[in-house]
Design a binder for this molecule. Structure first.
Ligand code: GAR
Length: 192
């Protein structure tokens, strides 16, 4: 199962996927390419570290979506990898139908809350400020409804009285690092 990862940030979840692959815990899935919309994103440094092609793909001019030209650039570059699965690991742009249709049923996203609670930006901060006692992370298929596609799996994290936003973020990220590779491995087994 050929996997393409898209990310905008430090890439800790992409690293967790690649570490799982190295350790033989990613089933039949193999990461073939990483793309980032941010030229200086930490996720791009994983390429040389893990021996996987990693490239910046210009997504200008918007911050949280792709214009028509950027969308075609992304579709063409991803198509060239012939992926079976496109993993959004901290890719902070909303995807629209032309992109979604190009990889229908093959795009999954990681979100740092127990959806449908706290969709959108800063899922961890939203949960912390709301004062819920349990939050977590979700892996779901991507549809045109932002953070609204069918849920593949979730992991729960308890918010303890002594937690700060920082300690909570660390717990949610640890849960993400276990959940996302496990879901990919499971999908690869199902597609075998
Ligand atoms: C992760 O916490 C992921 O859930 C979040 O971005 C972070 C990326 O971290 N994604 C979203 O908020 C998507 N709406 P990473 O770059 O260290 O993997």
């Amino acid at each position: 199962m050929r996997v393409v990862i898209l990310g905008s940030g430090r890439g800790s979840n992409a690293a967790a996927i690649l570490e799982a692959q190295q350790a033989g815990r990613l089933g039949r899935a193999r990461v073939g390419q990483i793309f980032s919309d941010k030229p200086d994103a930490g996720i791009l440094a994983l390429g040389p570290r893990f021996g996987v092609p990693a490239a910046w793909l210009d997504a200008a001019p918007f911050k949280t979506k792709l214009d028509a030209e950027g969308e075609q650039r992304y579709i063409a570059a991803i198509r060239a990898c012939a992926p079976d699965l496109v993993v959004l690991a901290g890719f902070m742009r909303v995807l629209k139908p032309p992109f979604l249709d190009a990889f229908a049923g093959k795009i999954i996203n990681l979100h740092p809350s127990l959806l449908p609670s706290f969709p959108g930006l800063d899922g961890i901060g939203q949960a912390f400020r709301r004062g819920v006692k349990i939050t977590g992370c979700t892996v779901h298929y991507v549809t045109a409804e932002v953070d609204g596609g069918p849920i593949l799996d979730q992991a729960a994290v308890r918010i303890e009285p002594g937690d700060t936003l920082e300690t909570l973020a660390a717990k949610v990220h640890a849960a993400e690092h276990a959940l996302l590779p496990a879901v990919i491995a499971r999908l690869s087994a199902a597609s075998a």
